[in-house]
Design a protein around this ligand. Sequence first.
Ligand code: ZN
Length: 313
Amino acid sequence: MNFPKQITICEVGPRDGLQNEKKLLTTEEKIELVEGILAAGVKHIEIGAFVHPKAVPPMADTEKVMQAIGKREGVEFRALITNLKGVERAIVAGVDKVKLTVSASKSHNLSNFNRTPEESVATFEECVKAATQAGLSVSGAISTTFGCPFEGSIPLEQIDTLVNAFRALGIKEISLSDTTGVANPKLVYERCSELIKRYPDVTYHLHFHNTRGMALANIIAGMEAGILHYDGSFAGLGGCPYAPGASGNIATEDIVHMLEEMNICTGIDLDKLLDVARKAQKLVEHTTDSAILRAGKSSELIANKPSGQIKKG
Ligand code: ZN
């Protein structure tokens, strides 16, 4: 197997993780979580979304969170936007990058945004223009890249069309999202290898949900294909409204732990990250899908633990 020496992780917990939580966190709690991730050395953070506050109440205070944190040297804060109003808010809030999302599946896009993928893409141009003029970077994201809960498998050509639509707008950073956790390692490897071959000018990011337990395997497949950027969410937060009972995004600590064990550098302090994940789990008041929160690091030797901490059974 052919693995890179270094991987970049983007922490999407403050956005993808929290946006589906029933319990609304306070602005102060969100700020505390973001400060925690920064202290753990994370350099790429999806801090929130500038979308309609009534549609997504947990994201209503993204401005406040961003303004309280402020710009940080060497750190990139990105936010999800869906229209020009979102760009305007992003500029005022001071994020570094905005992310435009479209689904490869017509039904999923209609269900999410009330328009077809083509109609979504047509609205992007004014957003890109406004963001670029204000000095913000723009990235794109393609949901349901590896399959859709409504339509099943998604032909590669539908992804190809959207990659090209983003390229035509000058967007060269594209996140391929497995929104509902239906990807498998073979599909990830084949699809990513093909896209890299077709469009080597694009920097691809991979975004996996661990809905069916395949996210880490998918990351291995993505690395094997040559992709160096991955999203994770602290404590594995982030359900999906279309997959009832679904677990969330792959936990950032699970990715960092796996990569550390494989001697692949992320620049992230796992212990500090685990503190944030523990805090996040406590704040949302339910258990989450994080293997390392549950089991601890594989390097933790039982012999080093006080006997009281060893669980029997
Ligand atoms: Zn997601």
